[in-house]
Design a protein around this ligand. Structure first.
Ligand code: CU
Length: 341
């Protein structure tokens, strides 16, 4: 713990001194060996020329760079405007350059300029209106994944609506059904194998009116898994070491909402402490169960509660190991749970 704490504190201190920005972090996060560039998922051409110590040094540099600073943070709460008793949200589909690793950007197709898109959070029974403006140079649509709603609001072009063409808007409006609570998502349903992993994805969380029926937890964290054009394997739009550590105090119970918006399965493994699976696709399980590796298939949401009993910095990663570590170190779907006193 102390090492990472020291790292975080040093980073904060350097940041306040103006010495550490994305540019400075690049040096630490990328390679220092000539001709070798650390790329998520790609073995460097010069790999066979590395000595054992050089490979170790690359692993060390990646870990020491964590958490590396990057511009942009997705999944932030989107505040609604009230129109009478209706909660109105505005999502603008737009192209941005997204920094997924220090100094590395990629064109992303986004809701409101971030990957993942903003978090929409409502309560069962709420009337919601979501105005989707399409500033992309191509058509799109939004599907509300897990929500039970009128057919015309389901967001599938030529089945329930015309595509939203460039420059046009579409208004989705419904009353969130009683009981349709939990962890849901929204994403493109037009050319979706390309548009969704490219960034048109976000969390949609419905809270119950009566929270006493929920399992107890102290804090929560949404972890959106993706694979594809936004820097390869990512957690919340970033690849290690630019992923965000989750910091808790010993004894706290942490709710993690896994959401898989990618095209592959991602079994998420936490070191040090088991996970109690409490909900699947928004539905509370009648018999929660313990596990240490939680498979999250494309489209699925799995909620777990972690009883943070063990002090330290615990590796937290996808256990398809090629999504998390290569010969030059960890990358992609890796973060840490930091349990402090
Ligand atoms: Cu994976």
């Amino acid at each position: 713990m102390s090492m990472v704490d020291g790292k975080v504190n040093r980073r904060r201190m350097l940041g306040s001194m103006g010495l550490l920005g994305a540019g400075a972090a690049v040096t630490a996060a990328t390679v220092s060996l000539p001709g070798l560039e650390r790329e998520a998922g790609a073995a460097p051409a010069a790999l066979q020329e590395l000595t054992n110590d050089e490979m170790d040094a690359l692993h060390e540099a990646g870990v020491k760079a964590f958490p590396a600073a990057t511009a942009g943070k997705g999944g932030q709460p989107l505040e609604p405007q009230m129109d009478g008793d209706t909660k109105v949200f505005v999502l603008t589909c737009q192209v941005v350059q997204w920094e997924y690793m220090p100094g590395k950007t990629v064109e992303a197709w986004t809701y409101n300029g971030a990957v993942p898109g903003p978090e929409i959070r409502v309560t069962e029974g709420d009337k919601v209106r979501i105005i989707v403006k399409n500033d992309l140079p191509f058509s799109t649509s939004v599907h509300w994944h897990g929500l039970i709603l009128p057919n015309a609001m389901d967001g599938v072009p030529y089945i329930t609506q015309p595509p939203i063409k460039p420059g046009e808007s579409f208004i989705y409006e419904w009353q969130v059904r009683e009981g349709n609570t939990g962890s849901h998502m929204y994403h493109s349903h037009h050319n979706s194998a390309e548009q969704t992993p490219k960034g048109l994805l976000g969390p949609f969380i419905v809270e119950p009116k009566d929270k006493t029926k929920l399992p107890a937890y102290d804090l929560e964290y949404t972890m959106i898994l993706n694979d594809g054009p936004i820097g390869g394997y990512s957690i919340n739009g970033k690849g290690f070491p630019a992923t965000e550590p989750i910091v808790v105090k010993k004894g706290q119970k942490l709710l993690v909402r896994y959401m898989n918006e990618g095209l592959m399965i991602h079994p998420m493994h936490l070191h040090g402490m088991p996970q109690q699976v409490v909900a699947r696709d928004g539905f509370l399980l009648p018999s929660p169960y313990m596990a240490d590796t939680i498979e999250v298939d494309p489209g699925q949401r799995t909620d777990v509660i972690i009883d943070c009993t063990e002090l330290g910095v615990w590796a937290y990663h996808c256990h398809v190991l090629s999504h998390a570590e290569g010969p030059t170190g960890m990358f992609g779907m890796v973060t840490a749970l930091i349990v402090q006193e």
